[in-house]
Design a protein around this ligand. Structure first.
Ligand code: DOR
Length: 407
């Protein structure tokens, strides 16, 4: 009997880039996993993808996204978010819990993950909220929700009460969970958003030091915050951090509401420098789709998962000489490590999750082309380099751009 399976696939003639390699070759995926040339079964009937002129990287892994379900399906659903993710080259996303109801129960977490599994385009890990219903008051739900996920955050708000934040970290430590900090001290949100981020960054780092809990700093945007993170990493603290694409390309000359806000040019420079020096672990898109009406009413956020690769490739690789391998490190390998999954490298035994990109293709961002329901971006009309041509998950093609066939 022919042992052909849909999931068996060969990518030929392709430039292969991951955090550890940059070379030409062939990728073989069997039963959803990458196999080495030597151990390939040689089964007949592999699906062959001609990668000529393209670069194969491990599919991207997002440490920060909002798919809005349940409760805000008019902004995004798990299905439209998944489609947007694969169009952006992502096959794994960590979803924030500011849904309605919020992800404060095992039922909501399991519901989201189950829906995503049925859709089957991306692997979804759902965060739980740190405080029940993101009210900042009660953490009695934590023991139960930490049976369903290993990530907790009050993203969008943060935990104002220091004692509650400390207690939550102690529980997280005891369950080997990671706290994701949306660093914003609300007492300064209306007056000084820089102080708001900096103070909370300093506090959460100190609490992580005391508790020994794993801490991931979300969407770091100020030079002071990244400076303190670098110092703490040098001291050996168990700390990771992410930067968004929009904080790498946009500064306060662009008027667009997002939290944290687009900062000064010198902050952008500090973030890029930190990436160059290897202190940034992940690009997190903070994909935050909103309806036009909600944006007009002032909802903060950018629909960013479909433009993330192009923006990072343009700013980091084309403009700042960061290598494709380094880019792959912060868009796939290290985010996968943070999430504790065997993805993010093109290596035997790793997930057969691949993104095929044209590194040099230039195009103009148009939100009309987004498959996300959220068209909210300040980058409409921006010319960028690097196009996602195809996304493969466990050996199955989950996205193919029109440009792939017209090469
Ligand atoms: O701009 C933002 N939008 N920042 C956040 O932290 C939350 C997000 C949202 O949920 O829309």
């Amino acid at each position: 009997m022919d042992i052909y399976k849909d999931m068996d696939l060969i990518i030929t003639n392709v430039k292969i880039v991951d955090a550890n390699k940059d070379e030409y070759g062939i990728i073989i995926i069997e039963d959803g996993l990458i196999v080495s040339l030597d151990s390939a079964s040689g089964a007949k009937g592999y699906r062959i993808i001609n990668g000529k002129g393209l670069t194969a990287m491990p599919a991207l892994v997002d440490t920060h996204a909002h798919f809005r379900e349940p409760g805000f399906e008019y902004k995004e659903t798990i299905e439209t978010g998944s489609k947007a993710a694969v169009r952006g080259g992502y096959t794994t996303v960590l979803l924030m819990g500011n849904t309605n109801p919020p992800a404060s129960s095992k039922e909501i977490i399991e519901l989201v993950q189950e829906k995503a599994r049925n859709i089957g385009l991306v692997d979804v890990i759902q965060c739980a909220t740190v405080t029940s219903d993101i009210r900042g008051e009660n953490i009695s739900h934590l023991t139960s929700v930490l049976e369903a996920t290993k990530f907790i955050t009050d993203d969008g708000k943060g935990v104002m009460n220091d004692k509650i934040a400390l207690d939550a970290m102690m529980i997280a430590k005891s369950k080997d969970a990671t706290v994701i900090s949306h660093a914003e001290n609300h007492f300064f949100s209306n007056t000084d958003m820089r102080l708001a981020e900096n103070l909370m960054t300093y506090r959460d780092i100190e609490l992580a030091r005391i508790t020994g809990c794993k801490l991931h700093m979300a969407h770091v945007s100020t030079k002071e915050a990244i400076g303190r993170i670098i110092e703490s990493k040098r001291e050996g603290l168990n700390l990771t951090c992410e930067v968004t694409p929009h904080h790498l390309i946009g500064d306060n000359r662009i008027e667009y509401r997002v939290n944290p806000p687009l900062r000064e040019r010198e902050d952008v420079v500090a973030l890029i420098e930190a990436i160059k020096e290897g202190y940034v672990d992940a690009i997190g898109t903070d994909h935050a789709p909103h309806s036009q009406e909600d944006k007009e009413k002032g909802a903060p956020g950018i629909s960013g998962i479909e433009t993330s690769f192009s923006i990072c490739n343009t700013v980091l690789v084309k403009e700042h000489n960061i290598s494709m391998s380094e880019l792959s490190g912060i868009m796939s390998e290290k985010p996968a490590k943070i999430l504790g999954i065997k993805k993010g490298l093109i290596k035997e035994g790793y997930a057969g999750d691949i993104v095929l990109v044209d590194e040099d293709a230039s195009y103009i961002i148009s939100s009309d082309e987004f498959v996300s329901k959220g068209k909210n971006t300040p980058f409409d009309g921006l010319s960028v380099y690097g196009k996602v041509m195809m996304t493969i998950k466990a050996g199955e093609v989950v996205y193919k751009g029109a440009e792939y066939d017209s090469r």
